[in-house]
Design a protein around this ligand. Sequence first.
Ligand SMILES: [Mn+2]
Length: 457
Amino acid sequence: MTSEKKENFFDLPEDLKKKLDDASSILEKNDKFRIITHYDADGISAAAVLTRCLMKDQSGFHTSFIDRFPDKIPEGLPLIFADIGNSHLKDIQAVDEDVIVLDHHYVKEDLMIESDEENKIFINPHEYDIDGAQEVSGGTLALLLSVWYDEINWEDAVYGLAGAAADKQAIGGFSGLNLKLAQEAVEKGSLQKSKELFIDGKNIQDSLMKACDPYFPDISGEKKEIRRIIDDLKIDPEAEIGSIKKDKKRDLNSLLVLSMLKKDRYAEVIESIMGIHYESEHEPFDTDCLYKILNSTARTNRAGLGLSLCLGDKSARKEAKKIRDDYRSEMIGALKKLEERVEADEYEHLQYFFEEKKTRKGELAGLGILYILDKHKPVLGMSEVDEDIDISARATKEQVEKGLDLGELCRKISGELDGSGGGHNIAAGATIKKGPDKENVNKFLSRMDQEIGEVLF
Ligand SMILES: [Mn+2]
């Protein structure tokens, strides 16, 4: 990037610019890297941006996706951690290699260490008052570095922003650094803004049958109702979303909005049914459809396939689409079950459910609070894993604005029970031992209930 441009670049704080320069030097001086990112859609998105950047540079790379930070950090190659690493900066600082950490997860100040070594660059948005839960993700931090390093990488904007969307940072539209990156990419001609119904699928009928994000109460997955709507609107059930006439699309949109209004969902959730998509000028994706595909590959343990698709592998693209389709069918079933769940699964200030599939509970909790469950109470999805209980907690923006911090609560309460936990204020997780007769489950829930009650009610 030209120095003049860097000067004005998003009004970034000076010390952040300095770190981007130092990280760029690391990219420049090495020709092989080990990239380690979080095993989720945002992590894949970050890996995609970074590997695409290195490929253009003819640098080699080895990429891996991890769920938990490794006990022993691999050595022998310069390291780039993305969407993970903030809670282990101390260990990372101890390695001999050049290291870049691009993580947007909030950690307590005592873990947020500063490195004074030029070859250990820790880029954490929270240090600059950038809200990592809402305004930047692993994917968009990677994008920031890649475009800082070389402006050609604006062409990869769709990959970075898909990560932010996957981390639910696009609800109500991008904001903060994400928005600035999106706007700049539009300006650069890499992305194009369009307003479209946020549903994906082969055709309108298929899209509504498997609409889980957004999920339309009493419509999603309801064959008869969908048939009736399509007939009433005189739309061809086989028509692709993009080809439906404007006025019909508007009528359909009204019906979908109504289905959510009836169930008292938040205005910004309802508004985002018809929202801004950023279509790539270089790739056959928009941010919304790409994040959903990446999400499906991550949730089915196929992160590598998600990455291959982002690197332009045509057969991976096809396979990933199939995985997305199967995943939607599976999620619709799980969401219907969640909808029929008994109300007894509630405490005064929280609601919870058990889910067989550990990898599915976080997403179910997230979609549940947006579209199905009581929007006023945080949701906990729980899975039994051997002797442990794995917990995913989700809140709404409104609850976070009232001061709720699920990451902090998960860390604190799991700690009281000799477990571990943490994460974002809006989405967090914990693992605890079940204990005899699963007594720790009740302890965790009632402590959580008490703490949430103090903040929100
Ligand atoms: Mn993330």
